[in-house]
Ligand binder design. Structure first.
Ligand code: PLP
Length: 383
């Protein structure tokens, strides 16, 4: 039997599966566990989104309104709303492709480029960029992002890559790419004919004065695709819905992706897509703002506790994660094991996000407030 060799290059379990397993072991020993590891949400779905999904399900259950497969590229009604939300960036509905979430597209879009391309990945960053690139048979180069540069990735002038992953606000560091930095990346990508895959999964967490989309920056439509999700800002981690933007000005990729979807996808659940439409109403936008505020306040509570312990953290206000330095003498994994075994707190070791994350850990602010307050109390007792 033949297996993909790439499997042997990675740890047996995806990091969160490993953390979960360990937590289960601890729980079975009767220990209290507060999970601040995985980036999953605690607030329930927005009621209007639920209503839209119920309506869609009922419509599918009625002979008169039943519809079968949706279009592979997504419902036009949802794509129109997304297109409008881009405002002056002028993204057409035929430049938008609905997905079942950002994670799938992060890997799948690589199919546009074929095997053996060179991929540049900032480190630390979301591990899926690396795993998906290696699985697709590509050559990965890491771009270190340093604490002294606020973990901002800088274009590697003088070197050439085919594809570059950028993420802002970044998971895990919380670093946000300013208009100036994005503009440098766009100029660089155009000069070396590279394509930027811009991951905006956390765009709802951006502050007013920060770019939410790469298309706010001049010429981005000539070098960048944007990947987005309804997961983090709208609570759709369980529902599953996201989208990617492939501008027509970016070579032939738009046509090719449509073609690829036609043979690899029968579309995304109509129910999910109808629920996602609720995001774009005024009430939906107010709901997103409320949810973001809740999670950001959670992050502030954690930061106060870390500050009391004199633990360094990246003071980003645009992320649901607190990216913090391990106490002296601990590697990322050692500290996370210590925090779980001694204090019952699960945090994510940031070496999981690549070498650049070694010596740091990530705390998720997605759990409910009570757990965050409890965790903050426990952090303050860490010795
Ligand atoms: N991109 C980043 C940076 C993420 O952290 C995540 C999930 O944690 C995703 C994408 C995937 O999001 P989705 O739920 O849309 O698949």
């Amino acid at each position: 039997m033949k297996y993909n060799d790439a499997f042997s290059l990675f740890k047996k379990d995806y990091v969160f599966a490993r953390l979960k397993k360990k937590a289960e072991e601890m729980k079975s020993l009767g220990k209290e566990i507060i999970d601040l590891g995985v980036g999953d949400l605690s607030l329930p779905l927005f009621k209007n989104a639920v209503e839209e999904m119920v309506k869609a399900a009922k419509s599918l259950g009625d002979k008169k309104t039943f519809t079968g497969y949706p279009p592979s590229e997504g419902l036009l009604s949802l794509r129109k709303k997304i297109s409008e939300s881009y405002g002056n960036a002028n993204i057409g509905e035929d430049e938008i492709f609905i997905s079942d979430g950002a994670k799938s597209d992060i890997g799948d879009l690589l199919e546009l480029f074929g095997k053996g391309i060179s991929v540049l990945i900032p480190t630390p960053s979301y591990p899926v960029y690396t795993e998906a690139s290696v699985f697709a048979g590509n050559k990965v180069t890491f771009l270190p992002c340093l604490k002294e540069d606020d973990f901002i990735p800088r274009p590697p002038f003088g070197k050439v890559y085919d594809v570059i992953y950028l993420c802002s606000p970044n998971n895990p560091t919380g670093a946000v790419l300013s208009a100036k930095v994005l503009s440098e990346w766009i100029n660089y990508a155009i000069s070396v004919k590279a394509v930027i895959l811009f991951d905006g999964a956390y765009c709802d967490f951006s502050e007013e004065n920060e770019p939410k989309s790469i298309y706010e920056i001049k010429n981005a439509k000539y070098c960048a695709m944007e990947i987005r999700s309804f997961s983090k800002g709208f609570g759709f981690t369980g529902v599953r819905c996201g989208y990617s933007v492939i501008p027509k000005t970016l070579g032939d990729y738009n046509r090719l992706w449509k073609r690829r979807l036609s043979f690899r996808s029968n579309g995304v659940s109509v129910i999910s897509q109808k629920g996602a439409e609720a995001y774009f109403s005024d009430e939906g936008q107010r709901e997103v703002a409320t949810r973001i505020k809740y999670y950001k306040n959670n992050a502030e509570i954690i930061k106060i506790a870390l500050k009391k312990k004199n633990l360094w953290y990246n003071n980003s206000c645009s992320s649901p994660y607190v990216f913090a330095k391990t106490p002296d003498g601990f590697t990322s994994e050692e500290f996370c094991d210590f925090a779980m075994e001694k204090y019952g707190i699960i945090v994510t070791p940031c070496n999981t996000f690549g070498e650049g994350g070694e010596g740091f850990f990530r705390i998720s602010s997605f759990p409910e407030r009570q757990k965050i307050l409890r965790a903050a109390d426990v952090i303050e007792t860490i010795k």
